[in-house]
Design a protein around this ligand. Structure first.
Ligand code: DAH
Length: 367
């Protein structure tokens, strides 16, 4: 070890210790004013405090080894003071011969800031909220239900009997190893939001006005317009004297709110097990105004949702729990619409897969 690193120490008497540490302190004081850059400071720190080869470590190793026990306390105190002096030098800068506290990480407040990216509603969520809002303004409340549903709520209570061919159009994932259960209790991923109609009626007597937004699942091969996961908004209105005219007026108003007041609607006979009569609703093409274009296959109309008058057998499913749903006294209508399709039309999205891709280049366009 170089004598330059380890000062001589003839013995551990107080005056020798004082003198040795005095010299170290003077060396320190001479070096400190030359610390200008962060690199200077790091070098200085390593030189004095480095864990393996720092001077403090080398000196204390050398001296403590041979120090008599009565000198250890004084030696320790000297080292502590020296350490404090080094720390202080590291926190001090010398400007024009004046020592002052180092400004830590000074901030240049004239630099432009970093703007944090704000999250935005996903286009599907935005569309769902918009649709729900239209019905809320007509006095509807909002409900939700489970995505993992029983066969009973998804099918049976909605008048899809076991083995009924209408089930084929709504194939889905079923939870495994349930063969021991009765069919009605077996779990599946719901294929539509209609089961929440049943759950709502079981819980509350008529009158009901409710919309139910949510995610649904079907065994559909993915392409530009199909996704095995998609979203629906279901609607249910039950009261005395609800008629098909109420259904038409409600949906016509909702479509005008959603796509603009010049949009027209028309109703075609259709089939759903849970409504009778059932209808498909078409709106005049929002792209060509009804003249005919590629989007509407030159028909001037776009099919958008299903609806109908609630089938009495659906009311029968809930009468055990809510006797108020007596088809002789009340009637109702229901409807269901695909949110993805509506979002794609509203925002000009050509591939449904984009809604599920998580691709920031797509999503950022909605910011
Ligand atoms: N649940 C139907 C489907 O997913 C949509 C639907 C049609 C819902 C008619 C309704 C309705 O409530 O009355 O295809």
């Amino acid at each position: 070890m170089s004598p330059e690193q380890i000062p001589d120490l003839q013995d551990y008497g107080p005056e020798h210790l004082d003198a040795a540490f005095q010299r170290l302190s003077e060396q320190l004081a001479a070096e400190a004013p030359a610390l200008h850059t962060p690199e200077d400071r790091e070098q200085f720190r390593l030189h004095w405090l480095g864990r393996k080869h720092g001077r403090l470590k080398l000196i204390s190793d050398a001296w403590l080894k041979t120090a008599p026990s009565e000198a250890r306390k004084a030696l320790g105190q000297h080292f502590n003071r020296l350490k404090q002096q080094i720390d202080l030098a590291l926190e001090t800068e010398t400007v024009n011969g004046q020592a002052r506290a180092l400004e830590e990480d000074s901030v240049d407040i004239t630099l432009p800031g970093i703007r944090p990216a704000l999250g935005v509603e996903h286009p599907l969520v935005r569309t769902m909220i918009e649709i729900v809002g239209i019905f809320q303004r007509m006095g509807y409340s909002v409900g939700v239900g489970p995505e993992v549903e029983t066969d009973y709520y998804n099918f049976e209570a909605l008048n899809f009997p076991p083995d009924h061919p209408a089930r084929d159009t709504q194939d889905t994932l079923v939870v495994a190893k349930q063969e021991h259960k009765p069919l009605r209790d077996r779990l599946l991923l719901r294929t539509h939001t209609s089961p929440v109609q049943i759950r709502t009626m079981e819980r509350q007597p008529p009158p009901i006005r409710i919309v139910i937004p949510g995610k649904v699942h079907r065994n559909d091969a993915a392409d530009a317009t199909h996704s095995p996961i998609f979203h629906q908004v279901e609607g249910l209105c039950v009261d005395e004297n609800i008629t098909f005219s109420d259904l038409k007026g409600t949906l016509d108003h909702a479509m005008k709110e959603l796509f603009g007041s010049s949009v027209k609607t028309r109703f075609f006979p259709s089939f759903f097990p849970f409504t009778e009569p059932s209808a498909d609703v078409q709106i005049s093409c929002i792209f060509c105004g009804g003249k005919g274009c590629r989007k509407c296959k030159h028909s001037g109309w776009i099919e958008l949702l299903g609806c109908g008058m609630v089938d009495p057998s659906v009311f029968d499913s809930v009468r055990g729990k809510q006797p108020g749903y007596d088809p002789k006294k009340i009637s109702g209508f229901a409807f269901g619409m695909g949110v993805d399709r509506i979002a794609m039309m509203k925002y000009g999205i050509s591939d449904i897969g984009l809604l599920y891709s998580g691709d920031m280049r797509f999503l950022e366009q909605f910011a």
